[in-house]
Design a protein around this ligand. Sequence first.
Ligand SMILES: [Zn+2]
Length: 315
Amino acid sequence: MIKKYIVFILACSMLLLAACNSEDADGNTQSNEDAEDTTEDATESEGDNSEEDPDQTGDETDGANETDEKTDNTDDQSSEETDNQTDQVGDPEAEKQYELDTSTWSLTPIEDGTNEKVVLLTIDDVPDENGLEMAKTLKELDAPAIFYVNGHFIESEEDQEALREIHDMGFAIGNHTYNHQQLSVADEETQKQEIMELDEKIEEVIGERPEFFRAPHGDNTDYAKQVVKDEGMLLMNWTYGYDYFEPYMDEDKIREAMISGEAPEIDIDYSLLKPGAILLMHDREWTAAALADIVEGLREQGYEIADPNTIEIPE
Ligand SMILES: [Zn+2]
């Protein structure tokens, strides 16, 4: 048991260290130069004792389709627009059902009786080449997600329009820093700018500030954590994600890995898929190609795709 636990911690550390390292330029180079800087954060996975959670699965929840009532008194002319609004993935009015467990970076039900067998989908480095297409794929499947955005991807009018479309489909928008800045190597002023300027930019484009934050490489500092909290955002790492590791930059392999939770080619030969898992994916060609199958594969195993609107954001 202890051995398994240690392996789990090592795995988490490795995942955090490598995350997002592939995203410079063509997305094919990986580096581990940031490794030392992120070890502190990786250890936050310690204290993972949630794997033995009770096997109660609770009732299926249905947070996705409760927005229809709003449209009752609209007239015929606006019915098309109305359809767009009610057809959103996720429900902004949903009640809070889950809280973030920062020791395991997973979701846990706030109350007994809530379906614990959920996974949260998150897509980082949006909107680059594939983000809008990925949103359309998920929308088609009525699968909610958080899209973590970088400021350098929303400077052109075209990219801003892509972000607007993703938001209009009902997806949650998260802050992933303006320039994909690794926070632990930046001074405090830069860290603050990287977070605040993107909050402002996102608000300019979609009319509201993000509720979620994810640091590039999962590399958080105490200072940035405070800024994020002061901004009213929830800081979130992830349980597993593999599309930034060389062997998994492949449609078939990433499909299999995300559905099973296992990535034997990087020595994760046991599954990290468990109730409440937060799944990290990126705006990448191979992940976009596998995305629909990934959602279906998770659902076939009985997992519900969690609506980010149901996650509690602590004051
Ligand atoms: Zn990233």
